[in-house]
Design a protein around this ligand. Structure first.
Ligand code: ADP
Ligand code: MG
Length: 584
């Protein structure tokens, strides 16, 4: 399932109105200014008619000239103000959409993230939202003001000469029919162009995230082809959209030229028969000329709308991905808070309906306080246990409880505030070392940071770094070694003073000396906190108060090292072979 395959929602215009509603007054002001601009323009032909009339009767025309100048200046000034207000409003709509989407992405369920391309999601926030700008100004306002100006112009033309209006409308209707065929093509091409941008974002994300491996594998040419293909696809579709947009714009232009010539011919004939005078013909021709701008506005509005609607659909698709409910943040546990107890009862779980079960009825319970180790072959479902405790996923059946209360009944921020989690291959984020440490507890004071730096044996590193704790650690912590990254992740979790500490192979890359030191730290923490560890080192496992042996999504046995060596053949084998090595 990709993002695009989620079911369709409400029509695009309804969604656009949703984004525009908060700015309706600014938009209305912009529209009124545009209307005034259109209105002053519309008055010019009438003044011109009077001017020609006075001129042909040898009357003074100074007054008309002054009025015309005033109209032209007002037209320009109000026009400028109007476009500023509209552009500003459009930017606000883009801002609103970006804020909404950013907040939404942070709330996405991990399931949704598992199944989408981060780069594509990024493109939806950064690039697709930009296209909303055009929808707001050009499209909505263009349709409104252009439409109104169009109607007003047509009414005026009807008043000046209904016969010539009939001629004009016939030409316009012909052009409208052609446009009706062209416009859907613009929508389709725009959608595909934006999808290609999403594909490109996804490829970029993949490549930059694994640039070392790409280089080491000599895979640059292939990855380059992927990127170029996506860029070219976007180019191809944008050119297609441009072709149809150009056709639409020029159809409108052509129609106006034809209308002009037809009116000139038909109007000339009417002047010859004396049905109308020359002043009327000139006024009508000026109206035809003025019709150009609202018609182009309306056609532009419709084509822009197609592009914007395509982008909006992509935005809405992202907003339909499953997300966690919006909730107020929860405070971290106070110092001396009670350790938490955890229990799984007959938990069945799979990552998706089309994937096999990962837990086939997992049952175990961990009392408050002490250390519990999870061991078992790779793929047994140990990491999944931790993911379920953090409620990144929900079990399909059975229950997971914390403090005897089902996780489903917990306020999610409160649940997560109680836990310190060092995930397997925990990432270090770009930023300073300090930023990384206080990520989970921004309020931590200098003393607490210094203490945790010491207990995780990061003090040597901090002393060596040029700016100490404020040294930037690079994208994904690339300036740190694997073992240093692991200690940063552990320190980060400890700084939250959690009631439950989850360590998923958190010391796998430490050398023997650091590992022994961290083992003492964890043993110390386990006196006041419940600690769950996934570990391979026998030294870590033997010091646990209890060991849960997992295999193929089931709990095989629970006990102490001594009990399990005697009672469980798999555990005895693990302990005897490399799998549970004494160190390293
Ligand atoms: P362990 O930590 O014991 O090595 P895991 O809990 O990580 O095992 O994984 C158990 C099984 O679930 C594995 O077969 C793995 O391929 C699968 N799995 C893990 N994470 C995901 C995921 N996000 N989506 C789909 N399958 C997954
Ligand atoms: Mg694992």
């Amino acid at each position: 399932m990709s993002i695009a395959e989620t079911e369709t929602g409400p029509p695009a215009w309804r969604l656009i109105l949703g984004y525009v509603r908060p700015h309706r007054w600014a938009l209305l002001a912009g529209a009124v200014l545009s209307l005034v601009t259109g209105g002053t323009g519309l008055m010019l032909p009438l003044v011109a008619r009077e001017l020609i009339d006075d001129l042909s009767h040898d009357r003074a025309i100074t007054g008309w000239l002054v009025l015309m100048s005033a109209l032209v200046i007002t037209n320009a000034a109000v026009g400028a103000l109007g476009s500023y207000v509209l552009r500003r409003t459009a930017e606000s709509v883009v801002l609103g959409a970006r804020r909404t989407l950013s907040s939404y992405l942070l709330r996405l369920r991990i399931t949704a993230v598992d199944r989408s391309e981060p780069g594509d999601l990024m493109a939806r926030i950064t690039s697709d939202t930009t296209l909303l700008r055009e929808v707001t100004t050009d499209s909505l306002v263009g349709l409104g003001t252009g439409g109104l100006t169009l109607i007003a112009t047509v009414v005026m033309m009807g008043l000046v000469d209904p016969v010539l209006l009939g001629v004009t409308l016939a030409v316009i209707l012909g052009a409208g029919t052609v446009l009706g065929v062209i416009v859907p093509h613009i929508n389709r091409a725009s959608r595909q162009a934006q999808d290609a941008v999403g594909v490109m974002g996804a490829s970029l994300e993949r490549i930059l995230g694994a640039l070392r491996t790409v280089k080491a594998s000599g895979a640059e040419p292939r990855e380059e082809r992927t990127l170029h293909a996506a860029a070219e696809e976007s180019w191809r579709q944008s050119v297609r959209a441009a072709k149809w947009s150009a056709a639409a714009g020029n159809t409108a232009g052509l129609a106006m030229q034809i209308a002009f010539i037809t009116v000139l011919a038909a109007g000339g004939a009417r002047v010859a028969t004396g049905a109308i005078d020359v002043g009327t013909l000139v006024a009508f021709l000026l109206f035809v000329f003025y019709l150009m701008s609202p018609i182009q506005q309306v056609v532009g509005a419709v084509t822009q709308y197609q592009t914007g609607a395509a982008a909006l659909t992509r935005i809405q698709e992202a907003m339909r991905l499953p997300a966690e409910p919006a909730a107020a943040p929860a405070p971290l546990p106070s110092a001396g808070a009670q350790p938490a107890s955890v229990a799984f009862t007959d938990v069945r779980f799979r990552y998706a309906e089309d994937l096999p079960y990962v837990h086939h009825g997992v049952t175990f319970s961990v009392p408050a306080q002490g250390m519990t180790a999870f061991v078992g072959p790779s793929g047994a479902g140990k990491t999944t246990v931790f993911s379920l405790v953090e409620r990144f996923y929900d079990p399909e059946s059975g229950s997971v409880t914390l403090d005897g209360r089902d996780l489903a009944d917990w306020d999610l921020p409160r649940l997560r505030a109680a836990i310190g989690y060092v995930e397997q291959d925990a990432p270090v984020l770009s930023g300073s070392l300090r930023d990384n440490l206080v990520l989970g507890n921004p309020e931590a004071d200098e003393d607490a940071v210094a203490r945790v730096v010491k207990t995780t044996r990061l003090d040597g590193l901090v002393a060596r770094l040029p700016d100490g704790l404020d040294t930037l650690v690079g994208h994904r912590g690339t300036r740190l070694s694997g073992g240093e990254r692991q200690r940063v992740a552990i320190a980060r979790a400890l700084l939250r003073r959690p009631r439950l500490l989850l360590l998923d192979e958190a010391t796998s890359q430490l050398d023997a000396v650091n590992e022994a030191a961290l083992r003492d730290t964890v043993a110390d923490v386990a006196r006041t906190t419940t600690v769950l560890v996934v570990a391979h080192r026998l030294s870590t496992v033997t010091m646990a108060d209890r060991i849960v042996v997992m295999d193929q999504g089931r709990v095989r046995a629970v006990g102490t090292h001594r009990e399990l060596v005697a009672a469980d053949p798999l555990y005895a084998e693990l302990a005897a072979t490399q799998f549970l090595a004494t160190s390293g």
